[in-house]
Write a protein that binds this ligand. Sequence first.
Ligand code: B1M
Length: 214
Amino acid sequence: MTPSIFEELETAVIEGDSEKSEEAAKKALESNTPPLEAITNGLAKGVKTVGDRFSKGEVFLVELIMAGDAMKAGMSVLLPVIKASKAEVETLGKVLLGTVQGDIHSIGKDIVATLLEAEGFEVINIGEDVASETFVDKVKEHNPDILGLSSLLTATMPMQQDVIEKLKAAGLDGKVKVIIGGAPTTQEWADEIEADGYAGDAVSAVDLVKRLTK
Ligand code: B1M
């Protein structure tokens, strides 16, 4: 049986094959598959499978790296299309986004950034492994409506709290709303660290930002 386009995307990431991933992403667009569906039902499933195998000790770090690269290769085809899909004239608000210190996971954050841009927000994506002090400095510099903190490692979740505490110490609480996300984070964690919101995926992150900027 011919594999579906989602299976092709998923397999390309599981195999850590960046070229195949890019080709499958182009094929998805040619067959009018919505790009976000290609990411969530294809690429992201593949990277999750490899992540699960990694945590069971079935694959090594090199496979994890290759899967991440293959996911990014597919996304490099799909994200620009999402971004271009809804060109808003008016900016709905400004969002500063980054992954906290000690954490280099970028993929989920970059999807959040692209969806927000597609919905008409100005997004300043300051990257990964961002020191808490840098978040504070960037908030002062750009004066965003929302600060988004991504964390994919249990070990780096406390850095989300650290940023919030440093914002308070700098007298910036109340001036910017802080939202958190990333696989190990939860609403309970957001409540505990007094973040203004939590989102479990990129679509709910957009809903949350819209709610908070209304
Ligand atoms: Co790493 N890694 N990794 N990794 N990695 C995880 C996170 C892990 C769960 C794998 C596992 O063991 N099963 C595990 C963390 C365990 C834990 O702490 N709970 C892990 C580990 C241990 C590590 C290393 C420590 C491995 C090592 O070196 N021994 C190391 C850490 C490096 C570091 O950061 N200091 C490491 C490295 C890497 C790579 C570099 C190889 C690569 C990242 C490449 C890159 O991002 N440029 C990588 C990858 C690819 C993964 C997995 C497989 C996939 C992550 C991903 O991109 N998912 C991951 C396993 C997994 O998640 N199942 C894993 C797809 C993405 C679309 O989903 O990121 O969850 P996600 O984003 C979602 C939501 O979470 C949400 O929206 C996104 C889209 O819907 N979201 C937000 C994310 N940020 C948000 C922010 C928001 C709102 C929503 O508001 C601000």
